[in-house]
Design a protein around this ligand. Structure first.
Ligand SMILES: [Zn+2]
Length: 397
């Protein structure tokens, strides 16, 4: 499904997306070494809420040239309101010459288009350009196989996606300490496939929790972490935006039960509610996202979880990779009042069982505490700080 040769120009420069998460629309030649690249984007099940928030492509044969690349077709819709999209002046692409190390490019943004223009001078014959440093199902498979022999780690598959990929649920706890008395923390990473930063944080969280650090060992004795490391593997694999293979937004629809059209939500919510119904506690539940400029923690609707929310906020605010742009507050009941299928994770779980569920958004623009745009190492660090702050908020640290 990735075998798509998009365009090959004369002079042997070519644009390719035939690798995992690769995605780009039409490529036109404007002038020699100047290309107009259409971002494909995706719409939801009602052909609304178009998002052009992901592109990831390789350029072959451009070593020694200076290429001008215009990214176009960026406008879209968010919660039924027109938006300039995720690609704004402050979010030019990331660039790599080895598909591992990514650095942010400088961009020239024309809001009238809108159009993002970048110039690159490849030193390698193959270079990659993406909206965010990519994190694929292959990255996750490597992480999980590395952790498999750790006695504090276990993984089960709680369901299948639309395209029959496994939906893994990771459990991390000290098996030598009884579960009774442990705090229980649930985290969902990567509900939206463009938000690769969420997955890098997930990797950081899992690596820290399973590390030999004394602090991690103490957290393992006092907590059970239940982690969905990748909630939309279909979207990640195809280079999608925020919808599953049937077009459903996986961080809406938490008020809808539809195991056929949105099996991912059904599997994730089903695992949490099964745990609760079996008498399991949920001390804190979280979904982690990326956004453009905002960075914040949002509590479930209602006031009863606000004391926990304040402890969580106070602990996480200490992190050098978390710079909240607004105070913590309760969510509205739904993202779109009165319309079914519009509750996000924390709204839905509160609606179901009044659970202490939260949402975090992290910015993708230049980060005020870092003084630059975040890279994978910053997200990994955030994952460690996140699970420490969650343990602290529930009194397990
Ligand atoms: Zn999101």
């Amino acid at each position: 499904m990735f075998a798509l040769l998009l365009f090959a120009t004369a002079a042997a420069v070519s644009f390719r997306t035939d690798f995992e998460a690769g995605n780009l629309g039409r490529v036109e030649t404007v002038a020699p070494d100047h290309y107009r690249c259409h971002v494909l984007g995706e719409v939801d099940q009602d052909k609304r809420n178009r998002q052009a928030s992901w592109y990831y492509f390789r350029i072959d044969g451009a070593r020694g040239r200076t290429l001008t690349i215009d990214l176009v077709d960026l406008a879209g819709e968010y919660n039924y309101q027109p938006t300039q999209g995720a690609i704004i002046a402050e979010t030019p692409p990331y660039y790599s010459e080895d598909q591992k190390t990514w650095r942010p490019l400088e961009g020239e943004f024309d809001a009238a288009g809108p159009r993002m223009r970048v110039r690159v001078e490849p030193h390698a014959n193959r270079v990659w350009i993406a909206h965010q440093p990519p994190y694929t199902t292959q990255n996750l498979a490597i992480l999980l196989s590395e952790m498999r022999s750790n006695r504090a780690f276990s993984v089960e598959n709680v369901g299948k996606t639309v395209h029959k990929r496994d939906i893994p649920l990771v459990t991390i706890t000290d098996p030598a300490t009884p579960v009774a008395g442990k705090k229980v923390i649930w985290i969902l990473f990567r509900q939206h496939s463009w938000e690769a930063g969420s997955s890098w944080a997930g990797e950081g969280a899992i690596r820290f929790l399973l590390s030999a650090k004394p602090e991690a060992a103490a957290i393992r004795r006092a907590t059970v972490f239940k982690i969905f490391p990748m909630c939309d593997p279909d979207g990640v694999a195809r280079g999608g935006v925020r919808f599953n293979a049937n077009g459903f937004d996986l961080n809406r629809n938490w008020d809808v039960h539809d195991p056929v059209r949105m099996p991912e939500i059904d599997a994730e919510r089903g695992a949490i509610l099964k745990w609760v119904d079996a008498g399991g506690r949920v001390d804190l539940a979280l979904t982690l996202h990326n956004d453009e400029k905002p960075e914040y923690i949002e509590s479930a609707p209602g006031q009863e979880h606000m004391p926990l929310a304040h402890r969580f906020y106070a602990a996480l605010e200490q992190s050098p990779v978390f710079a909240p742009t607004k105070p913590v507050a309760p969510s509205t009941v739904s993202t779109t009042a009165g319309k079914p299928g519009r509750m996000s994770f924390h709204q839905g779980l509160y609606n179901d069982r009044k659970l202490p569920a939260f949402l975090i958004e992290q910015m993708t623009v230049s980060h005020p505490k870092l003084g630059r745009r975040p890279v994978a190492a910053d997200r990994i660090r955030f994952g460690e700080d996140l699970v420490k702050a969650m343990a602290e908020a529930v009194g397990a640290r």
